[in-house]
Design a protein around this ligand. Structure first.
Ligand SMILES: Cc1ncc(COP(=O)(O)O)c(C=O)c1O
Length: 399
């Protein structure tokens, strides 16, 4: 490929654009991971992560993609044949289910049409049926990256409590952490699973487990084999800022910088920014005359929007045209949504003008591909962004 001027628009819903500050931080000499400077950095990072997960519990960091952190959550807490309750909200929830099956767990699946999140009433009903408390864990994907649907975690927690059930509560926040409000402690989550390559604005390669006291206690009697993923050695070493095996040192430099950036902006502002961009994107989709895949407005995702193609038009053909003409990558339809939807990622290091460029690329691509639409999406989004900016300016003036 010859050089293309300007920056590529990486608007898939993760990995996301890595800010220059983070790239510069990664671009430093690798240090001794057993030396004193490393221990100081480790402790700083563990503290910073707690703020992002809104927890006082320990956060385990793996040099792995998100799939590794899924496996760590299961193998640390469960025993062969244990029953787990899972909700098939989309492609990623199905992959987690398949993994649980391969690990020898007995998975009870609650299906959905991939257009809505976990139904808290179904959580309560399933757990109330389980009078013997055979279900050992309830696993939920907070933000289903394949569909653009965000499940209501606080409501799911309430449902578990309403059923009076002792199952562990495990939540995948891979495409919600540091973009959509998420509260490990307040929402009574036992194991949170997360990854580096989305809201944390890092390259892929790190993943996380946040471990509640209950999960840690359960892990002491859990029988699934584990070695690399074992929490105990990790937590023992992490106390002084170190790791039991070679950590991904340069990614940790990047993580320290990303945590500083999130702290400078302030988490509530980070969440509000994502909410603003998501709302502007949805207004654009409706103004184009296209349909949003998520069928439940209170479950709209603030990190990505999956857009349904009109009948007879292929989403991947549109994505190809947009990549070739405008150098922008959009998310493909995954699993049974292949060809039927494209996904606009609006998360991570992203501002109003990045969104404007992204939506302009989609609108021009729809025209180039001959997809029927109205040329009103970008305008609708810009109006919303301007309205929000006017509101911010007015409240600054009043303060
Ligand atoms: C919600 C969710 N869970 C799990 C995964 C799997 O993570 P990874 O591909 O980093 O292994 C992804 C990946 O995009 C995801 O979006």
């Amino acid at each position: 490929m010859p050089h293309r001027s300007g920056r590529h628009f990486l608007q898939i819903p993760g990995p996301t654009n890595v800010p220059d500050r983070v790239l510069r931080a990664i671009d430093n000499a690798t240090m001794d991971h057993r030396g004193p400077e490393f221990g100081r950095m480790g402790l700083e990072i563990f503290e910073g992560l707690k703020a992002v997960f809104q927890t006082r519990q320990p956060v385990v960091i793996y040099p792995a993609s998100g799939t590794g952190a899924w496996e760590a959550a299961l193998v640390n807490t469960l025993s062969p044949g244990d029953r787990v309750l899972m909700f098939e909200t989309g492609h990623f929830a199905s992959l987690w289910q398949k993994m649980a099956g391969k690990l020898g767990l007995s998975v009870e699946i609650v299906p959905t049409d991939w257009r809505r999140g976990v139904d808290p009433a179904a959580v309560e009903a399933k757990l109330k049926e389980d009078k013997q408390h055979a279900i050992k864990a309830v696993c939920v994907v907070h933000n289903e990256t394949s569909t653009g649907v965000t499940s209501r975690i606080a409501a799911a927690r309430k449902a578990i409590d309403a059923a009076g059930h002792p199952a562990l509560f495990m939540v995948d926040t891979i495409s919600s952490l540091a973009s959509i409000d998420y509260r490990h402690d307040e929402w009574g989550v036992d194991v949170t699973v997360a990854g580096s390559q989305k809201g944390l604005m890092l390259p892929p390669g790190l993943s996380f487990n946040v471990v509640s006291e209950k999960a840690r206690k359960t892990s002491q009697s859990a029988k699934l084999p584990r070695s690399y993923w074992s929490w105990e050695e990790m937590l023992a070493n992490n106390k002084s800022g170190y790791f039991p095996y070679t950590p991904a040192t340069n990614l940790l430099y990047g993580l320290r910088e990303a945590l500083a950036m999130l702290q400078e902006e302030g988490l509530p502002n980070v969440f509000a920014r994502h909410a603003r961009h998501a709302e502007a994107t949805r207004r654009a989709v409706r103004a184009w005359g296209l349909e949003i895949l998520c069928a439940v407005p209170e479950e709209y995702s603030n990190t990505l929007t999956a857009v349904m193609m009109p009948a007879g038009h292929d989403a991947d053909a549109l994505r190809k045209i947009i990549l070739e003409a405008y150098d922008m990558s959009l998310g493909t339809g995954l699993g049974k949504l292949a060809g039927k939807v494209f996904r606009i990622g609006h998360l991570g290091d992203f501002n109003d003008l990045t969104l404007a460029g992204t939506l302009a690329g989609v609108e021009m691509g729809l025209a180039l591909a001959g997809v029927p639409h109205k040329k009103a999406g970008v305008l609708a989004a810009l109006e919303h962004l301007s309205e929000c900016a006017r509101g911010t300016a007015a409240s600054r003036k009043a303060a």
